[in-house]
Design a protein around this ligand. Structure first.
Ligand code: PMV
Length: 328
């Protein structure tokens, strides 16, 4: 039996624009998905995902037929089984063991579909744990690449490498198309506000694509996000990064995302609550439409203000996760 964990992430800068080849800088945060895998004596796959912040469920199905042992709603299946199934398939392929069967238990501290990279963390941890159970320790870069292939397949070709690379490597990373690098960045005082909801990534990405095709100024807005990211990564990797400047750039990024129609009233309200509490800056993180914001504040003020905000269902601090995927 092997357990692996992998962190979620926030976008410091660059979501949406990354889809059009601009760079993005996601940062792994200390909220992890933990996956335990035990090889079975048959070729079946049994997935137990009790703690995905959705109702618990267990499904059992044959690896060859994908036949479900029990009936569960499609939404939940997509949330867990498709990703886990794809991840197990990648591990079987990496280890040249196409017929291996497993019991997989998934636990996660990362809200689903809220811009914190929950699916990427589950996929990354599942690939690493399954391969390790078969006696193969995969390089984190290979785990990242295989996890990206899973996301691409499950999300109908709509995925950037940002979430999966960040979760596998940990720390702050820079992703531009297929070019993925780790950045040397200090810990940052992240405060995350969650409105309890989630956005539909596919729809939000399609909305930006439409705007970009229709209006030249929308295409310029996407390019401007890329400019913010390039400036932001220079500030982040400087000897003593200015939180003032990082915050200002986060505010700017949020404004551009808002203009592209991917914010929401509750996200904007949380962003303004954070700014008024004295945060260095605040922005939505991930696809938007609902879910999470990330603010920078080294005082308790933002956390306190968000905890009193009607738009905010949960608020927490999250340190930069130095470790990406960890097999134990
Ligand atoms: O909400 P998340 O964490 O899945 O982030 C989506 C980020 C986008 O840039 C909108 C899409 C992508 O695949 O990069």
């Amino acid at each position: 039996m092997v357990t692996a964990s992998a962190p979620g992430k926030v976008y410091l800068f660059g979501e949406h624009a990354v889809v059009y080849g601009e760079p993005a800088v996601p940062c792994a945060v200390e909220r992890r998905a933990t996956v335990t895998v035990e090889e079975r004596t048959d070729a079946r796959l049994r997935v137990d995902a009790r703690d995905l912040e959705i109702e618990g469920f267990t499904v059992e199905y044959g690896a060859a037929t994908d036949e479900l042992g029990v009936e569960v709603p499609t939404e939940l299946l997509e949330a867990a089984t498709e990703y886990v199934d794809g991840a197990v398939e990648q591990a079987r392929d990496a280890c040249d063991e196409p017929d291996a069967g497993f019991d997989v238990t998934v636990e996660s501290e990362i809200p689903l579909g809220a811009g914190l990279g929950s699916s990427a963390a589950v996929v990354v941890a599942t690939i690493a744990a399954t391969a390790a159970e078969l006696g193969v320790e995969l390089d984190p870069r290979e785990v990242a690449d295989r996890a990206y292939q899973v996301e691409l397949a499950v999300q109908d070709g709509q995925a950037s490498r940002a979430d999966t690379f960040c979760s596998a490597m940990g720390g702050a990373v820079r992703v531009e198309g297929d070019d993925c690098r780790t950045l040397d960045a200090p810990d940052l005082p992240f405060v995350i506000g969650f409105d309890g909801g989630s956005g539909d990534t596919g729809k939000l990405v399609a909305g930006v694509r439409d705007l970009r095709e229709r209006y030249e100024f929308a295409a310029d807005t996407v390019t401007a996000i890329g400019d913010v990211v390039r400036r932001g990564e220079t500030v982040l990797t400087a000897d003593d990064p200015s939180l003032d400047e990082l915050g200002r750039l986060m505010d700017f990024d949020h404004g551009l995302l808002e203009a592209l129609g991917v914010s929401s009233r509750s996200l904007d309200e949380m962003v303004w609550t954070a700014r008024e509490a004295g945060a260095y800056g605040a922005k939505l993180t991930g696809a938007g439409g609902g879910g999470c914001i990330v603010a920078l504040d080294d005082s308790p003020a933002t956390e306190t203000a968000l905890s009193y905000s009607q738009s905010c269902e949960a608020v927490f601090r999250a340190a930069l996760a130095r470790d990406g995927v960890v097999v134990s």
